[in-house]
Design a protein around this ligand. Structure first.
Ligand code: PGA
Length: 253
């Protein structure tokens, strides 16, 4: 049985005081209301990770994630944060290859493959993002394009390493736009990605890999998206900044 997971990507939002309020509200609601078998991951800005780790550590259902890390483990890279540093403050997951990182910070497939390696080598779990632009969606080969992102970023891994990999399908045209992929569009892509995994690693790995949907996922559309057989949860941006809505999404399975 693959893991169901909902991750909140706070992006570059919240002051420390606001972050403390949000995390304590989410922790209380998850404790009181959420089904125990859904993993809940919060991905705040790096600056708050060490502080927020203390809130999440006692709750086995919850974990801390980072939004990025550098591809080298240490060194003269001013302003960057490494996988060993993230591990040392209690981080468990790292979002890699978010379309905002690919677009605004020019992250390449090669860099992402290196980031995946350094994350896994340090005992962390990548949440590897993929997804097509609107232009690609309107063309013919958007499924092949998204599959090629997995090939480039992940397919150098062994089948054993894949046990710690989470994939997030996030169509760029749906991120922060209010446009959500329909549940059929999400299911079709997730099934295609799972088939692509099966082709490389076999059915067992494909069946066991958690594939999240992301892109304007909210408390209204989450139940239908999460009911799709190949959608195993969500990577939530805007709606993760509101405790009530985020926990309602967690409860949508
Ligand atoms: P959104 O962002 O939910 O605000 O569309 C999702 C994401 O970028 O991870």
């Amino acid at each position: 049985m693959r893991k169901q997971l909902v991750a909140g990507n706070w992006k570059m939002n919240k002051t420390l005081d606001e972050a403390l309020i949000l995390v304590s509200e989410v922790v209380n609601m998850v404790n009181d209301e959420a089904k125990g078998d859904v993993k809940v991951v919060l991905c705040p800005p790096d600056l708050y990770l060490a502080t927020l780790a203390r809130y999440l550590e006692p709750i086995t259902q919850m974990a801390l994630g980072a939004q990025n890390c550098h591809q080298k483990a240490s060194g003269a890279y001013t302003g960057e944060v490494s996988a060993p540093m993230l591990k040392s403050v209690g981080v468990e997951y790292v979002i890699l290859g978010h379309s905002e990182r690919r677009q605004y910070f020019a992250e390449t497939d090669q860099q992402l493959a290196e980031k995946v390696d350094v994350v896994l080598e340090n005992g962390l779990k990548p949440i590897f993002c993929c997804g097509e632009s609107l232009e690609q969606r309107n063309g013919n080969d958007f499924i092949a394009f998204v599959c090629s992102q997995l090939t480039a970023g992940l397919f150098h891994l062994s089948a054993g390493q894949f046990a710690d990999v989470v994939i997030a399908y996030e169509p760029i045209w749906a991120i922060g736009t209010g446009l959500t992929a329909s549940s059929q569009q999400a299911q079709d892509m997730h099934a295609a990605l799972r088939q692509h995994l099966a082709g490389q690693y076999g059915e067992a790995v494909a069946e066991n890999t958690t594939i999240l949907y992301g892109g304007s996922c909210n408390e209204k559309n989450a139940p239908e998206l999460f009911a799709c057989p190949d959608v195993d949860g969500g990577l939530i941006g805007g709606a993760s900044l509101k405790s009530r809505e985020f926990v309602n999404i967690v409860k949508s399975f």
